[in-house]
Design a protein around this ligand. Structure first.
Ligand code: OMP
Length: 261
């Protein structure tokens, strides 16, 4: 089964497009340690999530104990739930090969976030296994995404749109196993990317702490079939008094907007 078949199956079975972000920010931990990071994540793993997205940075910050906490966290996630390893990898081909082994073999994650800026050879090691997915950074959610990603090319199109088209027309052509990171904070960019690529999955962070507009993002980003956007939310859930209840609230809100469309 390909990664996107697994994701689609899970989204339909559980009727959810919510991806719970596992970002153990130091300031949110009861104990500032790798064990504290593990316990923080343990508390967030519940059953309304379509997928989970651990961000490697917060584990790496605790050194080898942090890496072990990441591995223990991954083991808590049931096999049928897709995992997005958020590590934003991408290097020359031979180095990406090692990153891909780390993410897909050592950590056994289903998918990874990756940067497109080293080009196709830097992405191939992640894309060569059809059962794994690669979320290519296209238009990220942060304000600085305007600095480079939105540059206008001589053709008149923004660089992010060129990246999106190159990804599907060339880099991921063989297995069609890429999705695009398109922040929920820039709905104009999202609308343009959706118009160019009606079938691709988006990973759309920015709801909650970053102030993205959920209703607008779903309006322009959902596919015709009511799927096609995975919405990762980290602090918006983890900082709530009752994270489980908050995750359920987000799922219900997303589904109500999908139904009203
Ligand atoms: P919250 O803002 O707390 O929901 O966290 C967002 C998470 O998504 C963090 O782990 C970010 O590193 C990640 N992220 C973005 O915020 N913006 C992007 O454009 C891409 C990502 C990502 O690749 O997940």
């Amino acid at each position: 089964m390909s990664f996107f078949e697994k994701l689609t199956k899970r989204a339909k079975e559980i009727d959810s497009l919510l991806c719970v972000g596992l970002d153990p920010h130091k300031s949110e931990l009861q104990e500032d340690s790798a064990e504290g990071a593990f316990r923080f994540c343990q508390h967030l793993i519940e059953d309304v999530a379509c997928a989970f997205k651990p961000n490697a940075a917060f584990f790496e910050a605790y050194g080898s104990a942090g890496w072990e906490a990441l591995q223990r966290t991954l083991q808590l996630i049931p096999k049928e739930i897709p995992i997005v390893l958020d590590a934003k990898r991408g290097d020359i081909g031979s180095t990406s090969e090692a990153y891909a082994t780390s993410a897909f073999s050592t950590l056994a994650c289903d998918s990874i976030t990756a940067s497109p800026y080293l080009g196709g050879d830097g992405l191939q090691p992640f894309l060569k296994d059809a059962s794994r997915g690669v979320w290519v950074l296209c238009k990220t959610s942060n304000p600085g995404s305007q600095d480079i990603q939105a540059l206008e090319l001589p053709t008149g199109e923004p660089l992010y749109l060129h990246v999106a088209k190159l990804c599907f027309g060339t880099w991921a052509k063989e297995h069609q196993n890429a999705g695009l990171v398109v922040g929920a904070t820039d709905v104009d960019a999202m609308e343009k990317i959706r118009a160019a690529l009606p079938d691709v999955w988006f990973l759309s962070p920015g709801i909650g702490a970053q102030g993205g507009d959920l209703a607008k993002a779903l309006k322009v980003g959902l596919r015709e079939d009511g799927l096609g956007i995975l919405l990762p939310i980290s602090r918006g859930i983890s900082k709530a008094e009752n994270p489980k209840k908050m995750a359920e609230t987000f799922r219900a809100e997303i589904n109500a907007l999908r139904a009203a469309r």
